[in-house]
Ligand binder design. Structure first.
Ligand code: SF4
Length: 753
């Protein structure tokens, strides 16, 4: 049992905090508000924070990291000068396992090819009191739901689907590695106070409909951006009729509509799930404060008074959906798929059906899908598509194997993959005879952007419930509607598939031999973390140097970026992901996606010393070799997109000192500050037009750097003429201190030593 004492402490103070908040706000509270306000940062009094505008500090209960994002986060944390993490933290080895032949084989191969990364993560975890979930233990979000999530908790994770834990009543938010480092180092965590969208579920599901269809429908209503900056709160009799893991599925895919997170209030399904996963003690504690773990009655009575937007869905009328291709919000009810596919020219032959992933791999999902698989065998149907099953955790895998469900899948020709992300994140060595051909796959995963699953832009991926995916894999046709259509079996008879059935939780309890968990050493001081100096995947970080207290002068322009410049343009993903733990290597992708204002080309900028043009990293490295600091100039909303700390670390590592833009995406601006960079904004946006390709820059008053005081930058053109411009900034005293010390981590390390 994890965290029981911590949960007791959190619950013991929750009541008072909620009462104080109700008094301060003079109104009833929703469940999200109760959790948020009871996790306010130290010394912050409850007040009516403006939703969607106020930034507020919170104290976080737990951090989770997956193996791909954990590498850089832990390398940074090691610089914080702490001997253990400040809050309970876990690392999960799930993203680096490639699906090829099947669980055992693939797991073995992954252990060999990722050994140095796994060894590193294991030893850092051991040293700093971090729980380590070995490769094969399961997918981060399922493991969290089964072991750590608790109603009323607040956690962050370095993965967008951390939101899955909302199914067990947690405010769980996906973040970048820099945020995880802050929390592990003992700093508060800042969040834009979210808007609230209420989703009222009435009626009850039946037949082929499942929890997945709720979120597929919501995605269709709100679209891929409709949840941005908001928490979705599900309530109503329909919400209470869903299983806890079904709730998790709905919350999980809230990431696909950009939601900050999604949540269900504490109810009987959570009690059942906590008992089934060996946490009756947590349920007993939660029962005692159940009113604090649900919205106030007035909210349920008059939701329109408390939410910014309300959606109502009648589960009794909900049809199964298939969403896609290429976007998760293109929602098509299964009854209309034949017409839509024809009209849009989507390939209708289903080549592969894939079930599982962190989204849909519960006992209930597997049991219901297996009931369809069994029918394929019993009704003598020839299964037309390839079929794979990805269990979400070793605990689920072991139990569904014990209960005969994996056998049912293998009889229909299914292949069980490792308990890992695999095809969901593109870790799939798909056997394809003609990758150039348009083709269709159906999955129970969450994301279906082009190339997401197999790297092939011609693959049309449709997302549905695992039950529907199983039925479509049997039929081999995207247009098959199991509610109305029949299939011809091997004896020439027309047969229909009965609706799925299966238990929510195992009648004989969960069982597992080895969960794959490794507890950290109680005293990690003697644990040594080593990295091979020749490693191409990992590199210890060296602290960035402090500011010398002088005006920085002689700065050269590296690039004036034109138009959109997201964190993906600054630090591309794809093949570079394997270098996430090696700052110098991954820096070779720095700004390679940004468009150079002076030639409209990407990755081609002028080296002012040689007069030649070269790639951005090449030119920057040439400046660095000569000790010349540089500036990057950008357009509006610079650094939007995923919160990737590499996009701030790479420029700092290569010697860029200033990023001057028309406007910043807030998270990237903060990330730059944390790395000790100067993140500045044109006071007059038209000054952007004054920047020429051969310009140099001097600060005139950096020595007086202080909050709310603009800085003056002199632009010196190649003809010796110059312009002095004003640059705004949003640094507070603490952030200026980060700049002075070279980075936030340098400052924290100083405080910890
Ligand atoms: S299974 Fe897919 S969505 Fe879930 S954590 Fe892994 S990659 Fe992300």
């Amino acid at each position: 049992m994890f965290d029981i004492e911590k949960i007791e402490t959190i619950y013991s103070r929750m009541g008072n905090r909620i009462t104080q908040t109700r008094q301060a706000l003079q109104r009833p509270l929703t469940i999200s508000e109760k959790i948020l306000y009871s996790h306010l940062g130290h010394n912050i009094n409850p007040m009516d924070f403006e939703r969607g505008r106020s930034y507020v500090d919170f104290c976080i209960d737990r951090v989770a990291m997956q193996d791909a994002t954990a590498q850089m986060a832990l390398l940074q944390f090691m610089q914080a000068g702490r001997d253990r993490v400040a809050v309970p933290t876990t690392v999960h080895c799930d993203h680096l396992i490639q699906a090829r032949l099947g669980a055992d084989n693939d797991l073995q191969k992954a252990k060999e090819s990722n050994q140095e990364v796994y060894d590193f993560l294991e030893s850092v975890s051991n040293k700093y009191s971090i729980g380590f979930w070995k490769p094969g233990a399961g997918i981060i979000h399922q493991v969290i739901l089964e072991n750590y999530a608790f109603p009323g908790g607040m956690m962050i994770g370095t993965d967008s689907h951390t939101v899955n834990a909302g199914g067990l009543g947690v405010i769980a938010i996906g973040v970048g590695g820099a945020d995880a480092v802050d929390v592990m180092a003992g700093m508060p965590w800042e969040l834009l106070f979210p808007k609230l969208i209420g989703v009222k579920l009435i009626g009850e599901m039946n037949g082929w409909t499942s929890a997945k269809d709720v979120i597929l429908k919501v995605a269709g209503i709100l679209t891929a951006k409709g949840g941005t900056g908001a928490i979705l709160e599900y309530f109503g009799p329909g919400a209470e009729s869903l299983s806890c893991t079904g709730k998790g599925t709905i919350c999980n895919m809230g990431a696909e509509i950009g939601a900050t997170t999604s949540i269900f209030a504490y109810d009987e399904s959570m009690v059942e799930y906590l008992h089934a996963t060996g946490r009756a003690e947590v349920a007993d504690l939660a029962d005692k404060i159940a009113d604090n773990l649900r919205s106030d009655a007035e909210v349920y009575d008059n939701p329109e008074k408390f939410y910014d937007q309300i959606i109502e869905i009648n589960l009794s009328e909900l049809e199964p959906y298939l969403n896609g291709p290429f976007t998760p919000d293109l929602a098509t009810p299964i009854s209309q798929m034949a017409a839509e596919a024809k009209e849009n020219g989507w390939p209708t032959k289903v080549e592969v059906g894939l079930i599982g992933s962190c989204t849909n791999s519960s006992y209930e999902d597997i049991a219901r899908s297996a009931s369809i698989a069994e029918q394929a065998v019993n009704k003598k149907l020839h299964v037309k598509s390839e079929f794979t099953i990805t269990p979400g955790s070793e605990q689920v895998r072991f139990t569904v194997d014990r209960d005969g469900y994996l056998d049912a899948f293998s009889k229909m020709g299914g292949v069980v993959l490792a308990n890992a992300c695999g095809p969901c994140i593109g870790q799939w060595a798909r056997h394809s005879t003609d990758p150039g051909k348009k083709n269709t796959i159906v999955t129970s995963f969450n994301r279906n952007f082009a190339k997401r699953n197999d790297g092939n832009p011609n693959t049309h991926a449709f997302v549905g419930s695992p039950e529907i995916v199983t039925a479509l894999a049997i039929a081999g046709e995207l247009t098959f509607n199991p509610i109305t259509d029949s299939l011809k079996n091997s004896e020439g008879e027309q047969v229909t598939l009965d609706p799925p059935s299966g238990d929510r939780l195992p009648k004989n309890g969960f069982e597992v031999k080895d969960m794959g968990y490794q507890a950290p050493s109680s005293d990690g001081s003697s644990v040594e973390v080593t990295i091979n100096p020749d490693s191409k995947r990992l590199q210890f970080l060296t602290p960035f140097g402090p500011w010398d207290g002088e005006n920085i002068t002689g700065i050269k322009l590296l690039i004036k970026a034109k138009g959109k410049c997201t964190t993906d343009h600054i630090s591309m993903a794809g093949p570079w992901l394997k270098f996430r733990g090696h700052l110098d290597k991954i820096s070779d992708n720095m700004l390679t996606g940004a468009v150079n204002y002076f030639n409209d080309k990407t990755n081609l900028v002028k080296n002012q010393i040689s007069g030649e043009h070269g790639s951005v990293p090449e030119v920057q490295r040439a400046y660095k070799a000569q000790g010349i600091q540089t500036i990057v100039v950008g357009d509006e909303n610079y650094g939007e997109g995923s919160s990737r700390e590499h996009a701030a670390m790479e420029p700092r590592h290569l010697g860029v000192r200033v990023v001057l833009v028309k406007s910043f995406a807030r998270i990237h601006e903060t990330n730059l500050k944390k790395q000790g960079m100067l993140a500045l904004i044109f006071s007059d946006k038209s000054d952007y037009d004054k920047i020429q390709e051969d310009d140099a820059f001097d600060f005139l008053d950096l020595v007086d750097f202080s909050p709310k005081k603009p800085l003056t930058l002199r632009i010196i053109h190649s003809d010796a003429s110059s312009n002095d411009i004003q640059c705004e900034h949003s640094y507070n005293e603490i952030q200026i201190d980060w700049f002075k010390h070279g980075s936030a981590l340098n400052k924290i390390a100083l405080e910890n030593n």
